[in-house]
Ligand binder design. Structure first.
Ligand code: AHR
Length: 796
């Protein structure tokens, strides 16, 4: 017994000692989606956040909730700026433009113009290629100079565009690349021209500037924030809300039809979090984002509830049910369908959707009675009739009820204080596995306070500004409780994901940032999730606890059918000292070695802006007699022990994963068997099934391939210029849609790209084995099935 081996001085720890034997059979298969992301535009997380557009109020969008205005624009050189609804608008969606007149500076030698303050500043980074554009209408003949300028009037970089007077709207493009980085983001973007070039006035609209984007996508996402999300190994993506899908009041809701197509056709939307959304980040962008990070989309459709409590009456609901059906068809219909053809016309192949959530938190604001009476069923019936394999998720769920209210999954949200969250390890133990739950939002949002058992929801309640370490450990206990029951849980996503440090409506958040890339901050909860998500258990195994028990330490154990590793995960809460563990895995021999990784931080610590107080400890542990691993974990720690198949010893045998019960699998859970393809150990898509070709035309996406590519440091010029796929019988094909991507030596990046049928000329010769490992490159983290070759100066 462990306690007999410890000295008297260790008595405090002895009282908490834990001994566990992990069986080699009898467990449950787990959900492949265990950890994911939830996103809505809150805290300027879309506009001014992950959506990389740098100009704020770029198209003077507004409505009866947020009237159109000239906020974030300032005149230069005495110019007079005004909003105009011209008889010749830029577009139906963007009817209002900014008119510029000479104002008080009619001196013909003067320079006039306007500047934008960005989303509280502009990042100026040496070597970044910025791409911009703007539309002009009216009397201007001459050069417009566009310049990134500091608040000290230092001009970092500029472009010049020759503009001609025109009686129709004309679009101009510009690019520039700074040769020096600015020390902060206290910079503006200035547009200037000679007053003498003006005849009367000129009108501008849809003025845009993008830095480099993730995967070089046009209208794409901010690189550092996408890389931060990729670092969590997310398996699913719940979007586009949250409350932001609901709309504040009629007639506004997240109407997907206004979020697709050219930007000049997107009117914007009065977001529910206090600011106008441009909808530059629209439905296609969300799906590309899913694809780029290898995540399974969980598409939320509007369910007929506005946040002010108004609901759509039953006899008017069909319009919105039809809109949801159109939306799904737009995502995944082939070119022969009405909405699939519209997507194809925009240049995109189908995006497979396997999960649809009906609304968001429809139990609130008086929504529950109508949701139960007719709203949920109307969507459920219509969608399952058209897509029998689709998993439908209700937007709330009564966890205390043993019987699901609907023939569907439910979305359970948990915002809590630490004492509450840390007591929920067994929360799902008695829940049914017949209708797995999505944990679509969770977070510890306040510190513990005397006599308080749950958050205070009144305005001004004492929220934590950032996640803090003992709250993050409490969240880990909740997540281990979900993992322990992962035949019943689809997966969990922290919410909200992002906070712009200049304007936010909800704290705490997972990742903080502002316009200056050096300020991006990964919270304590981020590092906790990264550790737990980064090592996936695909089969839970029964544990026999022979000494100690749960509280103050919590743990799960199992193994991975992808890596063959045995795995145990731990959270140690308020233990008053280190907790000694003895862990024995049936089939693991003495002398086997395991990697023990654990995180610690000062109990109350929140990560400072751009800093990290979470320490990662790594040690090798060796199994003693009977294959027992002996180690200790400190108070307030989160840990993963991983014993790889290669070190486990002769008794190790993973067995046949196909015969295990538990997680129902995608067929019964909605993931269409014809599309499920291949996944890595994080549940991320690495290859869709070749079956998808059967209904594809030449332009259909037939496979999406994701991998993480590492530059091992051997290559001084770190730029992947092309990717190739080797196809037995069809030779080597270059993959389209993959622009050059810099990868610094010693670092790695996830890549995702679409393979279209037109990329392969002899498709009939392509078998299911068309992806073969080649080993001529380093591919990390579960991508070993991919046959990706780096070309150009990187050919190995
Ligand atoms: O995550 C912030 C908000 O919390 C979400 O918009 C809503 O779903 C929940 O109430």
């Amino acid at each position: 017994m462990l306690s007999k081996l410890l000295s008297v001085s260790a008595l405090a720890a002895v009282a908490q000692a834990v001994s566990v034997s992990v069986a080699s059979s009898g467990g449950n298969a787990t959900s492949p989606y265990a950890y994911g992301l939830m996103f809505e535009d809150i805290n300027n997380s879309g506009d001014g956040g992950v959506y990389a557009e740098l100009i704020q109020n770029r198209a003077f969008q507004g409505d009866s909730v947020f009237p159109k205005n000239l906020d974030f624009w300032n005149p230069l050189g005495g110019a007079k700026l005004s909003l105009q609804n011209l008889s010749t608008p830029l577009s139906h969606a963007l009817p209002t433009s900014m008119q510029v007149a000479a104002g008080n500076s009619s001196n013909s030698s003067s320079t006039i113009g306007f500047s934008n303050v960005g989303f509280w500043g502009f990042p100026i980074v040496e070597g970044w290629e910025y791409k911009g554009s703007f539309w002009v209408y009216g009397g201007l003949d001459g050069n417009v100079t566009i310049c990134l300028t500091s608040d000290q009037d230092e001009e970092y970089v500029e472009a010049s565009v020759e503009v001609s007077s025109s009686s129709e709207w004309m679009q101009y493009n510009y690019t520039f690349t700074p040769s020096t980085s600015a020390p902060n983001s206290n910079n503006t973007l200035n547009f200037t021209f000679a007053a003498s070039d003006l005849s009367g006035s000129v009108n501008f609209n849809l003025l845009s500037l993008f830095p480099p984007t993730y995967n070089d996508r046009p209208n794409g996402n901010r690189v550092d924030l996408m890389e931060a999300m990729a670092g969590l190994y997310p398996s699913f993506f719940r979007m586009p809300g949250g409350n932001n899908i609901e709309g504040l009041l009629p007639p506004y809701w997240w109407n997907w039809t206004t979020t697709t197509g050219p930007l000049e056709d997107r009117p914007g939307f009065p977001g529910t979090w206090g600011y106008e959304n441009t909808n530059g980040l629209g439905l296609i962008e969300y799906l590309l984002w899913s694809q780029d990070l290898g995540m399974e989309p969980i598409l939320a459709v509007w369910s007929g509830l506005w946040l002010n409590g108004t609901t759509v009456p039953e006899d008017e609901l069909q319009t919105y049910v039809n809109s949801a059906l159109d939306e799904i068809e737009f995502c995944m219909g082939d070119a022969s369908t009405t909405w699939g053809a519209k997507r194809e016309a925009l240049g995109y192949g189908p995006f497979q959707i396997n999960f649809v959530e009906v609304g968001n938190e429809d139990s609130l604001n008086g929504g529950a009675p109508t949701y139960s009476a007719y709203r949920f069923n109307a969507f459920f019936d219509a969608i399952t009739a058209a897509y029998p394999n689709m998993t439908i998720i209700g937007s709330f769920y009564d966890i205390d009820g043993a019987t699901p209210p609907f023939n569907a999954s439910g979305d359970f949200h948990e915002y809590a204080i630490p004492v509450q969250m840390s007591s929920q390890f067994g929360f799902f133990d008695n829940y049914t596995s017949a209708h797995p739950l999505l944990l679509g939002e969770y977070a510890v949002i306040e510190y513990d306070q005397p006599n308080t058992t749950e958050p205070t929801w009144t305005v001004g309640s004492p929220r934590a500004y950032f996640p803090f370490w003992y709250g993050s450990v409490a969240e880990a206990i909740f997540l281990l409780g979900a993992e322990r029951n992962s035949d019943k849980i689809i997966g969990a996503s922290y919410a909200p994901s992002f906070q712009n440090l200049n304007r936010w409506e909800w704290i705490p958040d997972l990742i903080e940032y502002d316009a200056y890339p050096g300020h991006t901050t990964l919270s304590t909860s981020y590092y906790m999730i990264q550790l737990l998500s980064g090592t996936r258990i695909t089969e839970n195994l029964p544990m026999t606890i022979t000494e100690g028990g749960f509280n103050p330490s919590y743990f799960v154990a199992g193994r991975s059918d992808v890596t063959g590793a045995h795995i145990a995960k731990f959270a140690v809460y308020n233990s008053t000292g280190s907790v000694p563990f003895e862990f024995t895995f049936a089939g693991v021999s003495s002398g086997a070695t395991g990697n023990l990784t654990y995180l610690t931080a000062p109990m109350n610590a929140s990560n400072p802006v751009a800093g990290n107080l979470v320490t990662k400890h790594e040690q090798t542990v060796t199994a003693g007699s009977n294959g027992t691993f002996t180690f200790a974990l400190p108070e307030y720690s989160v840990a993963v022990l991983e014993i790889s198949a290669t070190t486990a010893g002769s008794g190790h045998n993973y067995g046949n994963p196909g015969s295990r019960h538990g997680w129902k699998g995608w067929k019964s859970w909605g993931r269409d068997a014809h599309h499920h393809g291949t996944f890595n150990q994080y549940g991320q898509v690495v290859q869709f099934s070749a079956n998808e070709t059967t209904q594809s035309d030449l332009f259909d996406t037939i496979a999406t391939v994701s991998a993480r590519i590492a530059n091992t440091g051997n290559y001084s010029t770190a730029e992947v210029t092309q990717l190739y796929l080797q196809i037995p019988g069809a030779g080597t094909r270059a993959l389209r849609g993959f622009a050059k991507m810099p990868i610094a030596p010693g670092t790695s990046k996830p890549v995702t790209f679409s393979l279209r049928k037109k990329d392969i000329s002899q498709w009939d010769t392509v078998s299911q084995q068309w992806v073969q490992p080649k080993g001529t490159y380093q591919v990390m983290e579960g991508a070993s099935v991919l046959d990706i070759k780096l070309s150009g100066s990187y050919a190995l």
